[in-house]
Design a protein. Structure first.
Length: 430
């Protein structure tokens, strides 16, 4: 063990010990058995508040994590994959034994706002309380009212599948000390109500930063990484940087492009696929136009990004792109066009496409290997598909055509090499 590492080990142990002490001293302890106040009970049964809660739960895409494929909505069971193991999402229907039936609103508020469970246990941040903490108390009440109105489904929670030491829940105290600061969204008076609504949805219920930011070895994000893009752990898709300004992932996009993508899964600049396609299907296509416009206005205000680091000259990609150009002409140009312009509303453009130019090349590689559909939505009910080429193209050929696409026309993205394709060929589909 190096001297530097010997120095850091006791420091880390002290930090963990202090964090555990802080958590124990500030924990609310066992669940309260207090009944809801009459005023709260009335709100929980108010049809208008329940309808508001349904809309907000849709904006938060709660159903995606809390519903196993083919299962009852919101009854839990779906495993959320993390680098540390799988975390099953719980049942949030009002079943008294396996769901939220014995919870009161204060229990729910504490979980959503502070990431602490009904019995005082620290919740794993796979439940995105790092974003949901920004949800206002009134909106949280509406969501709780909606969840309490659902049909009760008896479905016990599955056990955690985490490796040691991540399975030791008290260790989360140290993680929280580093990465979590609770606090509801506070409107910025220097911006318009529309901008603030967009910021509230993106930062809070939409929890966009949970995917669209890089994570460190401990699974945390830092403030400087907000919405700057990152590879989604265990799913191996890259969630693009969301800035529409210079060097941003969505540079050149208009507000209407954002609205179109979120509403239909298609826009003049590209299509949603991978995990984002699921978000469009179950969440954003159902949002009101004014909320989509607000989200677009907020994203438009994100700052420019630093100039990207240029690719090392030690690798000459010219022969690769020459080979890729031939493959593109044979396999891709009939749909996406010789100039990569695509067909509006049918085939997405590749020239200037944010998913094509993301830093890693993983999105374009997986699209070539796996093919797929853009999401089927009310605004685009019968999307065209792309065939998979995993069986038709070798790793070297996939690397060549992806590199050509990433460096043709106005695109200037890094080379994808054969070794990258080999790795991505064997990653999960979703």
């Amino acid at each position: 063990m190096s001297g530097l590492r010997r120095l850091w080990v006791p420091v880390v142990l002290v930090v963990v010990a202090l964090a555990v002490w802080w958590w124990r001293s500030h924990s609310a302890g066992p669940a309260s058995v207090a009944m809801e106040e009459p005023a709260v009970v009335a709100k929980l049964k108010d049809p208008a508040i329940i309808a508001k809660g349904r809309y907000l739960a849709t904006a938060g895409d709660c159903i995606s994590c809390h519903t196993v494929q083919g299962g009852q909505p919101y009854a839990g069971g779906r495993a959320v994959p993390t680098p540390f193991g799988n975390i099953p999402a719980p049942n949030i229907t009002p079943d008294p034994d396996t769901g939220l039936g014995r919870w009161n609103f204060d229990d729910f508020w504490r979980a959503l706002h502070t990431g602490v469970g009904r019995n005082g246990e620290l919740l794993y941040p796979a439940f995105s309380y790092t974003s949901f903490t920004k949800v206002t108390r009134d909106d949280a009440l509406a969501i709780f009212a909606y969840l309490q109105s659902l049909p009760s489904t008896h479905q016990p929670a599955k056990p955690l599948d985490l490796s040691f030491p991540y399975s030791v829940r008290s260790g989360l105290a140290a993680w929280r000390a580093l990465y979590f600061k609770p606090g509801s969204y506070q409107p910025d008076p220097s911006h318009s109500p529309v901008w603030n609504r967009g910021a509230y949805l993106v930062q809070g219920l939409g929890h966009c930063n949970e995917c669209h930011a890089a994570r460190d070895a401990w699974g945390g994000t830092v403030s400087k990484a907000q919405l700057t893009g990152g590879q989604i752990p265990e799913l191996d898709w890259y969630a693009t940087d969301l800035s529409m300004q210079a060097n941003g992932g969505l540079r050149g996009w208009s507000k209407q492009d954002i609205v179109d993508l979120l509403q239909t899964g298609q826009s003049a600049k590209g299509a949603a696929f991978g995990p984002m396609a699921d978000v469009v299907v179950s969440s954003t296509q159902h949002l009101r136009d004014e909320d989509l416009q607000a989200i677009a206005e907020y994203l438009q205000s994100l700052p420019p990004r630093p100039s990207p680091i240029t690719e090392s000259a030690s690798f000459n990609s010219q022969s690769l792109t020459d080979h890729g150009k031939d493959i593109y002409a044979q396999r891709c140009a009939n749909c996406h066009g010789k100039e990569g312009n695509g067909v509006p509303g049918v085939y997405p453009p590749l020239d200037g496409n944010a998913s094509v130019m993301e830093p890693t090349g993983i999105n374009a590689t997986r699209a070539v290997l796996l093919g797929g559909f853009s999401p089927s939505t009310e605004g685009n009910p019968r999307p065209y598909s792309m065939p998979p080429y995993a069986q038709q193209l070798s790793d070297a050929e996939v690397a060549a055509v992806v590199t050509y696409i990433r460096q043709a026309w106005s695109n200037h993205a890094a080379t994808v090499q054969e070794r990258d394709v080999i790795k991505n060929r064997h990653t999960p589909i979703d």
